[in-house]
Ligand binder design. Structure first.
Ligand code: PGA
Length: 250
């Protein structure tokens, strides 16, 4: 049985006071919900250490990490620094990082390697842009992102990765992938892993869906056999709605 996971990506939202309040609210609701779902939140770097003190039943993630281990890289945050806050996860390769900060699959592969070496669980994001889907190239794009970002890993390493399929056209647009589109791509991702590695690993790896996932559509997305949960942006900033998404798992 694969883990069910709902992760909230707060992006560049909340100041420290607001972030602590939101984390407290989420943690309390999840505690009361007694859910078997693994719930994770990814606040900004500046909040991690403080929020780690609050969380009892919710996992903590960073939203990014440096591709170098340490040294003269002004403004960067290393995997070791993240680890020292108490965070256990790190989102790597979010489309906003790829698009606005020029992060290539090669850079992301370095980050994935570093995260795993420091016992952080990478949440590796992949997904096509609209023109790629319209041109029927979405499977090819995802194949390349898998090959260049994580297929350098050993089988043991790969089994410590969470994948998030986030079609870029669905992120923050209010237009989510249909349950059919999500299931089709998630099962394709599993087949690619199975081809490169083997069935056992492919069937173990959690593959999350991200992109305008909210309280009203989470249930139909999560009902698909290869959708193991969600990476949630906007809807993770409201504790009530985030809880609704967690409860969408039946
Ligand atoms: P969204 O973002 O839920 O606001 O579409 C998802 C994400 O970027 O991870």
């Amino acid at each position: 049985m694969r883990k069910k996971i709902v992760a909230g990506n707060w992006k560049m939202n909340t100041n420290l006071t607001e972030g602590i309040e939101l984390a407290k609210a989420v943690n309390k609701m999840i505690e009361e919900a007694r859910t078997e779902v693994n719930v994770i939140i990814a606040p900004p770097f500046t909040h991690l250490a403080e929020i780690n003190k609050i969380l009892t039943v919710v996992g903590l993630s960073a939203q990014n990490c440096a591709s170098e281990i340490k040294g003269a890289y002004t403004g960067e945050v290393s995997v070791e620094m993240i680890k020292s806050t108490g965070a256990k996860y790190v989102i790597i390769g979010h489309s906003e990082r790829r698009t606005y900060y020029g992060e290539t699959d090669n850079i992301l592969a370095k980050k994935i390697n570093l995260a795993l070496e420091h016992n952080l669980i990478p949440i590796y994001c992949i997904g096509e842009v609209l023109t790629e889907r319209e041109a029927g190239r979405h499977f090819e794009v995802v194949t390349n992102q898998l090959a260049d970002g994580i297929f350098q890993l050993t089988p043991v390493q790969l089994s410590g990765v969470i994948i998030a399929y986030e079609p870029v056209w669905a992120i923050g647009t209010g237009v989510n992938a249909t349950p059919f589109q999500a299931q089709e791509m998630h099962s394709f991702i599993r087949k690619e892993i199975s081809k490169k590695y083997h069935d056992a690993i492919a069937s173990e790896i959690p593959v999350l869906y991200g992109g305008s996932c909210k309280g009203s559509n989470a249930a139909e997305l999560f009902a698909n056999p290869d959708v193991d949960g969600g990476l949630i942006g906007g809807a993770s900033l409201k504790a009530d709605e985030f809880l609704q998404i967690v409860k969408a798992f039946k």
